[in-house]
Design a protein. Structure first.
Length: 292
């Protein structure tokens, strides 16, 4: 199978390329952001025409949740409009398109009911510009004639670049040396998910030819504070860790207080290979994010 991976230098794209290249059965064309701006139609059409892939795996995205609040146009260009360009290119060359989305399409508001994991049929209601742009991209793709698969994942970490794991390892070392506490929000709950596990899940899905919409997050749930505590314990770090509320850590973008995803479709298809989040954390640490 021939695969074109956009955003191949990013957190998930890089892990997908690594996993694919470990399998001789797949021919991979890897295009990082510097090589392909997915928001430029002619560039995308040319890249897809040259590669002639069976699948396009779109891992390129605008992911700065905070900056998106003041940079909505760019967020929508990359997370919405570019999805339409990729879909047009895929349809023209009879390829299928896999697009990665996020738990931030949900609000985390359950009214008087107790929170429960979101499944694929739940109605999205984003709280932020980032979430709005990702939902718009989903809707654009679902309204397109191209054969496609949307994969929603959550709280992704464990690849190159800025992510919660790398940040906590850095802050933990600095705090341990200085004696100052690390303050982490403890009232937002989600499904921490390591990029290597999602990469394996994505490959399983395209090999099975799955289309539609699936949730693909690690099992179990945690707060950011609980995730930080596990990171420090596994990395052998012992800083003072303080639990704070979202109100004590104000941000421009609103985040859902609860965005745990249920892999209902994957389970129904017998294709759910994602681990518990603690197992995924061990995998990510062994993969190069360790204390070093």
């Amino acid at each position: 199978m021939k695969l074109l991976v956009t955003g191949s230098g990013g957190q998930l794209g890089s892990r997908i390329v690594e996993a694919l290249r470990a399998q001789a059965a797949h021919d991979v064309v890897a295009l990082p952001r510097a090589a392909l701006d997915i928001g430029k139609r002619e560039a995308v059409l040319g890249a897809v025409a040259a590669a002639r892939p069976d699948w396009i795996l779109n891992c390129a995205a605008y992911t700065d949740v905070e900056r998106a609040e003041s940079d909505r146009a760019e967020a929508f260009r990359l997370n919405d409009e570019a999805v339409g360009i990729l879909a047009d290119a895929a349809e023209r060359h009879r390829a299928r398109l896999l697009h990665v989305s996020t738990d931030y399409v949900f609000s985390g508001a359950f009214g008087n009911e107790s929170p429960r994991p979101y499944h694929e049929d739940d109605a999205p209601a984003p709280l932020s510009a980032y979430g709005d742009s990702k939902l718009a991209g989903e809707m654009r793709l679902r309204g397109h004639a191209v054969r496609s698969l949307i994969v929603r994942t959550s709280w992704l970490y464990g690849g190159p670049g800025k992510n919660f794991l790398a940040t906590m390892l850095r802050l933990g070392r600095e705090a341990q040396a200085s004696g100052k506490p690390v303050r982490v929000v403890g009232d937002q709950r989600g499904s921490p998910t390591d990029a290597p596990s999602v990469a394996r899940q994505v490959i399983r899905l395209i090999e099975a030819g799955v289309e539609g919409l699936v949730h693909a997050s690690a099992h179990g749930e945690a707060t950011w504070h609980e995730l930080a505590a596990e990171i420090f314990a596994r990395a052998g770090l012992h800083p003072v860790l303080q639990r704070i509320t979202s109100a004590e850590y104000p941000t421009r973008a609103r985040r859902p207080p609860y965005s745990v995803l249920e892999n209902r479709m994957l389970r129904g298809l017998g294709l759910d290979i994602l681990p518990h989040w603690k197992e995924g954390l061990d995998r990510a640490l062994l993969g190069g994010e360790g204390p070093g």
